[in-house]
Design a protein around this ligand. Structure first.
Ligand SMILES: [Zn+2]
Length: 75
């Protein structure tokens, strides 16, 4: 039946409208995460404050003294 199919489409549109209504908050969260990611990308690498020769691509512990690695600022 045509009417039944139309009702299904209308219901689908209503669900889409609800999803769109939720989106602004989700977009804000995505933007915050993107900013956080961009900040991490701005880090050239990680090193130990006590052992500058230590260089790591990701945060972690210094293999020599076990201290938390600190981000190296981009120059
Ligand atoms: Zn160290």
């Amino acid at each position: 039946m045509h009417a039944a199919r139309l009702a299904g489409i209308v219901a689908l549109l209503a669900v889409s409208a609800c999803a769109n209504a939720v989106n602004p908050a989700r977009v804000a969260v995505d933007r915050a995460q993107a900013t956080k990611r961009a900040n991490q990308n701005a880090t050239a690498g990680w090193t130990c404050a006590m052992h500058p020769e230590v260089q790591a691509a990701n945060a972690g512990k210094c293999p020599i003294c076990g201290m938390d690695l600190v981000p190296v600022a981009v120059k």
